[in-house]
Unconditional design. Structure first.
Length: 356
């Protein structure tokens, strides 16, 4: 069956630098703005559709976390950018979803891009572009759509579990990245289970089918997307750990080093599974070749057995009148007996040679 590939159009936008234009596929009808304002004594949460409602909660020795779901509504993003004096190039990168993970340092804030991976309700792997701006007392996160991996972090802030309520915005930045990396581990673990299941299926001759190459190809595409999402973040965290800025307090780099160890572990697992997937197709073809060899072996043995029997039958099938054996009373039965004895001798020989 010939697969028709959909033709893609490639066109450069060529817009002026700093133009805030959403370039992505996920559209949301309503932009959700979530604001969490907290310190060691209290926490306030606000859900709205406009970032202007969040400005009343900012300040007063609190850490403010503003999370925006939906990048296609650029009005809220520009309003937030004007309030915090965010560089236009940063705003442009926020809504450009094909950016690789990176870290940019500005005078009053840090800008981080990373990819968030999670399984949705239908157990489908989702890749989401997330941007984060970290200031002295605030963290801004921008997501493409609803659904993230920060529910446990929100609960920790609400219930004052751990040390997050006693730390600054830089620790909140670490906690957000840590939640993303921890979920990477969950994704990689589930991905490893898929590879092991497919490997078992390939080895099981009863379950191996023609769809196996398609399954391997799908795994290849997924692991490449996962690799492109995870590996650049390793560089970002490494730079973040060594960064000298007033935004990051002295004790935070120790947490970032631990986070770097986690992302290294995830990266190594991705590379391992990538190699395993590349070897699955070779394994599949080798098993198919072995099965074909077994079939050819059986057919060759059957053909070899019938060659002498066919030879004998061919000789006595010739239409010559003066063939002495044709007039023998028991010639037919003798000939069948000879053919049967030859069959038994050949089977015993093949058995001793372990060809059967």
């Amino acid at each position: 069956m010939k697969i028709k590939r959909r033709k893609k159009s490639y066109k450069a936008s060529n817009l002026p630098p700093g133009t805030v234009t959403y370039q992505g596929k996920k559209q949301t009808d309503v932009t959700a703005v979530e604001v969490i304002n907290y310190n060691n004594e209290s926490v306030t949460r606000l859900d709205s559709q406009s970032v202007k409602d969040a400005f009343n909660l900012i300040g007063n020795n609190h850490v403010t976390w503003i999370n925006i779901n939906g990048l296609n509504n650029i009005e809220n993003i520009e309003t937030l950018g004007n309030h915090y004096k965010i560089h236009p190039l940063t705003l442009e990168d926020i809504v450009t979803t094909n950016h690789r993970p990176k870290l940019d340092e500005f005078d009053k804030y840090l800008f981080i891009i990373f990819k968030m991976l999670y399984y949705n309700k239908n157990d489908e792997l989702q890749f989401e572009h997330v941007s984060m701006i970290v200031g002295e007392d605030y963290v801004l996160t921008f997501q493409e759509s609803d659904g993230d991996v920060f529910d446990d972090l929100r609960e920790r802030i609400k219930s004052a579990k751990g040390r997050i309520r006693n730390q600054g915005a830089d620790y909140l930045m670490y906690a957000i990245l840590d939640a993303v990396v921890d979920n990477y581990m969950v994704i990689i673990e589930a991905f490893g289970d898929q590879i092991e299941d497919l490997e078992s299926t390939i080895f099981d001759s009863k379950e191996s089918n023609n769809d196996t190459p398609n399954q391997i190809q799908n795994l290849k595409q997924e692991v490449l997307k996962i690799r492109r999402s995870i590996l650049p973040l390793r560089e970002v965290i490494n730079r973040l750990e060594k960064l000298e800025t007033s935004i990051i307090e002295e004790k935070t780099p120790s947490y970032l080093r631990d986070l770097y160890d986690h992302i290294i572990q995830v990266s190594e697992s991705v590379e391992l599974y990538r190699e395993m997937i590349w070897s699955l197709m070779d394994m599949h073809m080798t098993i198919i070749s072995n099965k074909m060899n077994e079939i050819m072996k059986v057919l060759t043995i059957i053909a070899t057995i019938f060659i002498p029997l066919t030879f004998i039958a061919g000789i006595y099938g010739m239409n010559f009148k003066n063939m002495p054996e044709l007039n023998t009373e028991y010639g037919y039965f003798v000939l069948l007996g000879v053919m049967f004895i030859l069959l038994i001798i050949m089977l015993i020989y093949f058995r001793r040679k372990r060809w059967l």
